[in-house]
Design a protein around this ligand. Sequence first.
Ligand SMILES: C[S@@+](CC[C@H](N)C(=O)[O-])C[C@H]1O[C@@H](n2cnc3c(N)ncnc32)[C@H](O)[C@@H]1O
Length: 404
Amino acid sequence: MIPAAADSSHLSEGPVGREAPAWLAARLQAAGGRVSFRQYMEWALHDPEHGAYGSGRLRIGPRGDFATAPSLGPDFAGLVAVQLIDWLEALAAEQPGPIALVETGPGEGDLARELAGLLAEQRPDLAARTELVLVEPNPGMAERQRQCLADAPLAGRWVDWPQLAAAPVRGVVLAHEVLDALAVERIVSDGTLWRRQELALRQGTLRLEPGEPLEPEVAALLVPLDLASPGPQRSAGWCSELHPGLPPWLEACGRGLARGQLLVIDYAHEARRYYAPQRSAGTLMAYRAQQASGDPLRDPGHWDLTAHLCLESLEAAAQAAGWRSLGQRRQGEALLALGLAERLHGLQQLDPAGLAMALQRREALLRLADPHTLGDFRWVAFERGGTPPSRLLKLPRFLRDPAP
Ligand SMILES: C[S@@+](CC[C@H](N)C(=O)[O-])C[C@H]1O[C@@H](n2cnc3c(N)ncnc32)[C@H](O)[C@@H]1O
């Protein structure tokens, strides 16, 4: 996600104590005065009454709280559709019967609506066999998606993962800027040991403090990252995030997909960049009203809270959940492989009467590929079911180089 103007002038110096809203003070008191940062993030985002997504309060788009690629216009969907149609076509050819286009965390519903329209227009044969499945745990967001998709050419159904697992589908799952909204555990070095960061209530004020040593299952996530202890380079106060929500999410998603692909599109770093000693405050950010802040305690439940993914942690969790890795690439390169340059060129042929629209689309396409913002997002693909493909024959199109 990006603030509309990609403006970082509002970045705060970092967390300070903030007055606790009544609902959060009551929760903290009931929990004995402190909870893990992960629990706090879960409440602040997904609580059905107070959470930023759970209540449906956050608005996505250039005029909302933050923009995402699908909210910049239809070209993102047009390019992603090239890859999705390749996969859906191959699945349809494997055996007769229905196939599914599953979007998880559909936000305002823009991407699902565009994709349904493109499929119906470009491949009516495939559209006739495809059902649109939406997985959205936050009731406030699901309501807006229903309105957005009311007259889409593919009928949509909203499910949760256990419902999908009861009758798993063959199809493609798209997760665009969703996994960054899973609550993270924040870890803090005390100079010798890792501790989980906790949110404490002190005389009505919220404080982030080092708390208990990590639970064994969370500490286990650090071992493959070569971070079993903070070591001399990460002194007291060094802080970052772990993603214990990823393994259960990938397992739940996998149980819903009998055969097909998962495409994760999100901001992510390799572990060596993510946990570099000089990145001493992790990647967590808060967004609201086109402002970005490094302080996760501002007005809890009114700001989006989000953290980068760690590519190695994602790959390891996916493999443990039975997914085969197909590869990953930066968004800018993925979009070029799917025809971004041709789209830009095509804009020059447009009727001069549509100049304003062409300029807007040009701007959006350039932003999608800008290596300093959206172009640095990662596209990470996985597959499950069927027989493992020969990598060379089945390399997804977004991983191939564009024709010269
Ligand atoms: C940052 S928004 C992205 C929305 C949309 N994909 C876009 O790019 O514009 C995150 C979305 O994921 C949803 N979400 C959060 N946690 C989720 C989860 N565990 N499973 C599925 N969706 C989730 C939120 O409610 C919201 O719709």
